[in-house]
Design a protein around this ligand. Structure first.
Ligand SMILES: O=C(O)CCC(=O)C(=O)O
Ligand SMILES: [Fe+2]
Length: 243
């Protein structure tokens, strides 16, 4: 592996794992930080569709980054409980890349991404218990169930988060289900002299879909969790595979 390729992949791994940066855990779950200001979470945030964009004066209900969609109560409380038990009963492994050992625990079905080799690799088939949720998630995203060829299960224990990244370009649509502790999906897009920034609430039992602009032009991250959160991320295959 050439030096630049290697250092680029190391950067990718660092970014996906949070990069080891000492970011403070936001223990006050009732507030968001918007443009450095703390604003109370109001009823208008509930349901996970509200998005705050820093460049806009009006803090609430203002432009959503194109391509971001979400819906509350995609799961019932009983389904959430069942899925958490299923994920915990699955052999999860810390995100690993050379000297990085992540706190985020993951496993993949259908397809996994091999960060060492920088390409997709085989993974066990989707388990039966996950199939109905994939079908429903596909319905939400306007896709066929079979198009969501990858399922990634994650458990974020306290202290685990995910650093700034765009999902690997071998995949196209990203459809995520949140369980456990509420989180904030931070979004940023580089612009001359800085970043455009936005945030989306990831409420437990809600679903979100990243496609188009938010998927391809924006990076996302989740601050280290104070309490456990689980997620199920389905992805489709990109029509055009990177060279
Ligand atoms: O946990 C989530 O909802 C997001 C996970 C994520 O961004 C990823 O695995 O690429
Ligand atoms: Fe991601």
């Amino acid at each position: 592996m050439g030096r630049s390729v290697r250092s680029r992949s190391l950067a990718v791994a660092a970014s996906l794992d949070g990069g080891g940066s000492a970011r403070a855990v936001d223990r006050d779950r009732s507030r968001y930080r918007v443009r450095g200001r703390r604003v109370p979470r109001t009823g208008r945030f509930r349901g996970g569709t509200a998005l705050v964009t820093a460049p806009v004066g009006d803090l609430f209900g203002t432009p959503v980054v194109a391509g971001f969609a979400s819906a509350p109560d995609f799961l019932t409380v009983a389904e959430e409980r069942e899925l958490i038990a299923r994920i915990d009963a699955t052999a999860l492994e810390p995100f690993k890349f050379q000297r990085w050992l992540g706190k985020r625990l993951t496993t993949s079905f259908g397809s996994r991404y091999d960060f060492e080799r920088g390409r997709m690799a085989d993974a066990p088939p989707l388990p039966d218990w996950l199939a109905p949720f994939r079908a429903r998630a596909a319905g939400f995203a306007g896709l066929e169930a079979g198009e969501l060829m990858q399922a990634l299960l994650i458990r974020y224990d306290p202290g685990a988060g995910i650093g700034w990244h765009r999902d690997r370009p071998v995949y196209e649509h990203v459809v995520g289900i949140s369980l456990g502790e509420p989180a904030v999906l931070r979004l940023r897009r580089r612009k001359p002299g800085g970043f455009d920034r936005a945030e989306a609430a990831l409420e437990p039992r809600a679903i979100y879909h990243l496609s188009g602009e938010v998927r391809h032009e924006w990076e996302h991250s989740i601050v280290e969790m104070a309490r456990p959160r689980w997620s199920i991320t389905f992805r489709s295959l990109a029509a055009r595979q990177p060279a």
